[in-house]
Design a protein around this ligand. Sequence first.
Ligand SMILES: Cc1ncc(C[n+]2csc(CCOP(=O)(O)OP(=O)(O)O)c2C)c(N)n1
Ligand SMILES: [Mg+2]
Length: 331
Amino acid sequence: MPSRTDELTKAELEQLWTSMCVAERLDTRIRNGIRRGEFATVIWPSRGQEAVSAAAGLALRKDDRLVTTYRGLHDHVAKGVPLEEIIGEVLGTSVGASRGKGGTMHIAAPDVGVMMTTGIVGSGVPVGVGLALAAKKDGSDRVTVVSFGDGATNTGSFHEGINLAATWKLPVVFLCQNNLYAEMTPVEETMAIDRVADRANGVGMPGVTVDGNDPVATYFAIRDAVERARAGGGPTLVEAVTFRFEGHYAGDSGHYIPGPQLERQQQLDPMSTFPTALREAGFTDAEIDAVREYAVVEVEKAVQNAVSAAPPSTAEITSDVYGNGLVVSHE
Ligand SMILES: Cc1ncc(C[n+]2csc(CCOP(=O)(O)OP(=O)(O)O)c2C)c(N)n1
Ligand SMILES: [Mg+2]
């Protein structure tokens, strides 16, 4: 049960719940559309991880930056990418955030701070470190959050990136969404430590583990790390422990997830537990349901617009692919 709910305003709690509901609906609606043959695409479901992304969204300013992964549709929602641009990109149409040329794995929306989505596990870490270095050199107080999975913390780019960020005290928060699996492999088969957050010790920065199914606790963990980074205190590794209820990709049945683990995790599903906390905070059932209905309506509107949008024009095949010869110098 969220413990610090009373420290948030009603509007903040509503923002968390709205972000969670929209992310959950978006993920479910796209999976349903694929299954029914309504459209063909691929997604890596974020079902179960909605509390983590909602918390990050609440903790960040619009001009703060986010780097995420293929399993990042919930992160895109939380950072404010318009739904039509997300679905448009997932369906490869001209209304997509990357004008339909990137697909699910390559959603970028710089206007709201989403600088990169990547399919290369661990590769977001050095990119996020570079964005943080740029902010520091520009004298900006912008913070960068890099979101990635537990498996990514086994890569060299993760260790190299966090070491550099800690050494140079860069304004970046490393957000590990530990969903207990990397593809089909459970986390205990890929690392000998209990807490991913302990990996921060080796490079001299704080590491915290938080219940990623509790959006309020996760919000405070990320907010503290963001404040520290903004104030010049350097990076933090935040490990949010959560669960991925679906398979690795839409279409993977997840048959390798043991039944008892699934049942135990279902008791902790944030989409079921957070409403209890909201009721205790004074929300009525009607208010809670209205947000769910809002999510259904908004997602459906965006799906219909994206489905009827044109594919990218061939004239655009090289636009946004090559640079304009622009040289950015940081003297
Ligand atoms: C460098 C690299 N190695 C391997 C892969 C294949 N791969 C795709 S997803 C994945 C699992 C990553 O797990 P995790 O970091 O926990 O993220 P999650 O999918 O659970 O969100 C792997 C190994 C890849 N995309 N990139
Ligand atoms: Mg994982």
